[in-house]
Design a protein around this ligand. Structure first.
Ligand code: ZN
Length: 416
C-alpha cells in the first residue's frame, strides 16, 4: 500500500454525530430505534442520508425496489465502482447501529476523501439496501436479494405487512420507487462494515473482525409421534411417549454439536407437546432444530447426525420420528482479494483483530453472488443486537471506518 493510501483517517466526531442524528428518526423511549422498512420514519432517515450525500457532491440513483446508490466519481469514468453500505431499516425494538453504522461509515469515507482532496481511479459508491430486517415485510435482506437476482421484483413488491399494505405501494407512498432497474451492474469490489452482533470480539478484547465468510445454516422440524393415553393407569414401561424420545434426543443433539467442534451451533428454539394436557401422555412432540457451521463437511455431519439421533431415540421407544428441513441458507466464502484488502488495512492501522465467520446473514451474502465482496466487524457491547440496548463506543466506530477507508482505497486505487 502506498503512503497516500495509508495516510488519511476518517473524522470520528462527524461519523458519531451523524449516527446520533440518524437515531433521532424512530427514537424509542429506551434509547433504541424503531425505523422499520418503508414507514414514514424510514423515509425521514433516507431523506436525511440523501441530504448528506448531496452536500458531499454524490450522484444519487434509486432502483425499482428502493435501493439507494450514492456515487463519488472516479478518475476513470468507465471503471466499475467500489461499493460499500448496508441498511437503514431496524427491528421494532432495534438499536442505533445495526446496518446504519455501515451506511454512515461509507459516507464518512467519501467525506474524508473530499476533505483530503484525494481522488480514486474507480468510483466509490454507498448503498442503502431496502428492508434488510424483514420484520414489517417478512423477507430479510429483500432489497439486496432482488438486486442480485435472488428474488423476482414482482414477488418483493407483493409482500404485505400485517395491515395488508404491500411493498410496491409503500415504496410509491414514501417516494422511493426509483427509475433504475433493480439488477446487478459491474462492481469492482464490495465491503459491508457491520457490528458483530455476537460476543466474540469483545470477549477476546479485539478491535476488528476480518470476516472471511458466512456460515452454513438450516432449520429443521422434528415430529415425534406416539400414543396419547391417560397419565394414571398406563405403567411407564407400557407407554409410547414421545417425551421419552425427546429426553434421549436432546443430550444426543448437544453431544453432536460438541463433536463438531467449537464452531458448531445447534439450537432447539421451539418445543410443543400435543394435545398439551397435564394428565395426558402426549401423542406428538414437535421441536425445531437450527443447525449452523462454517465448514461444509461438518455442517453436513450435523444434518446427518440430527436425522440419526431422531431415528435412534424413536427406535428405543417404538415411536415414529420425522425430520424435515424447512429453511436453508448456504454458506458464503468471501472474495480473497477483498478479505486481503481488509487484512492489509488492519495491519497498516495496527488494530488488534482476528479472522472470523459471520454467524448471521447480511446483505453481503446476496452481493457475494454477483460481486467480489467481504465484510468487516467491530465489537458491540455484550454482543447484544436487535435490542434497544445495542451499544458501541465512538472509538470502535472510528476504527472500523478507518479499516473500511483503507480497504476501499486499496481496491479503488488512489490517483497520483
Ligand atoms: Zn444489519
Amino acid at each position: 500500500m502506498t503512503e497516500t493510501a495509508t495516510s488519511p483517517r476518517i473524522n470520528g466526531t462527524r461519523l458519531w454525530d451523524r449516527l446520533q442524528a440518524m437515531a433521532d428518526h424512530g427514537a424509542t423511549v429506551n434509547g433504541g430505534c424503531n425505523r422499520q422498512a418503508l414507514t414514514d420514519t424510514d423515509r425521514a432517515g433516507r431523506d436525511l442520508f440523501l441530504d448528506w450525500c448531496r452536500e458531499a457532491g454524490c450522484t444519487i440513483r434509486i432502483d425499482a425496489i428502493g435501493n439507494i446508490f450514492a456515487r463519488r466519481a472516479g478518475i476513470d469514468a468507465d471503471a466499475a465502482p467500489v461499493l460499500t453500505g448496508s441498511h437503514l431499516d431496524t427491528q421494532p425494538t432495534g438499536g442505533k447501529y445495526d446496518g446504519v453504522y455501515g451506511v454512515l461509515a461509507g459516507l464518512e469515507v467519501i467525506e474524508t476523501l473530499n476533505d483530503g482532496d484525494i481522488h480514486t481511479r474507480h468510483p466509490l459508491e454507498v448503498v442503502v439496501w431496502t428492508n434488510e430486517e424483514g420484520c414489517r415485510f417478512d423477507t430479510a435482506m429483500m432489497g439486496s436479494a432482488v438486486w442480485s437476482g435472488g428474488m423476482p421484483l414482482a414477488d418483493a413488491c407483493a409482500l404485505t405487512d400485517r395491515e395488508d399494505r404491500n411493498v410496491g405501494d409503500e415504496l410509491e407512498r414514501i417516494g422511493y420507487r426509483g427509475e433504475e432497474p433493480a439488477e446487478p451492474f459491474p462492481v469492482h469490489a464490495a465491503f459491508e462494515l457491520h457490528i458483530e452482533q455476537g460476543p466474540v470480539l469483545e470477549a477476546e478484547s479485539l478491535e476488528i473482525g476480518v470476516v472471511t465468510g458466512v456460515q452454513h445454516m438450516s432449520r429443521h422440524r422434528v415430529l415425534i409421534n406416539g400414543v396419547a393415553t391417560h397419565a394414571g393407569p398406563t405403567p411407564m414401561a407400557m407407554r409410547r411417549d414421545p417425551m421419552m424420545a425427546l429426553a434421549t434426543l436432546l443430550p444426543a443433539l448437544f453431544a453432536l454439536a460438541a463433536e463438531q467442534g467449537p464452531d458448531a451451533r445447534v439450537t432447539c428454539g421451539f418445543v410443543q407437546a400435543r394435545p398439551g394436557s397435564s394428565n395426558t401422555v402426549p401423542e406428538q412432540v414437535e421441536l425445531t432444530v437450527d443447525i449452523r457451521h462454517p465448514e461444509l463437511a461438518r455442517y453436513r455431519a450435523l444434518e446427518a447426525g440430527l436425522e440419526a439421533a431422531v431415528q435412534d431415540a424413536c427406535a428405543r421407544y417404538q415411536l415414529d420420528g420425522r425430520v424435515s428441513r424447512f429453511w436453508e441458507a448456504p454458506g458464503v466464502t468471501f472474495d480473497p482479494d477483498c478479505v486481503g484488502a481488509v487484512a492489509a488495512a488492519v495491519e497498516a492501522l495496527g488494530y488488534s483483530h482476528r479472522e472470523m465467520v459471520s454467524g448471521a446473514g447480511h446483505d453481503a451474502c446476496n452481493l457475494a453472488r454477483v460481486a467480489p465482496t467481504s465484510m468487516i466487524f467491530i465489537p458491540c457491547e455484550g454482543g447484544i443486537s436487535h435490542n434497544e440496548a445495542e451499544a458501541i463506543t465512538p472509538t470502535q466506530a472510528e476504527h472500523g471506518a478507518n479499516v473500511l477507508l483503507l480497504a476501499m482505497l486499496e481496491r479503488a486505487g488512489v490517483a497520483a
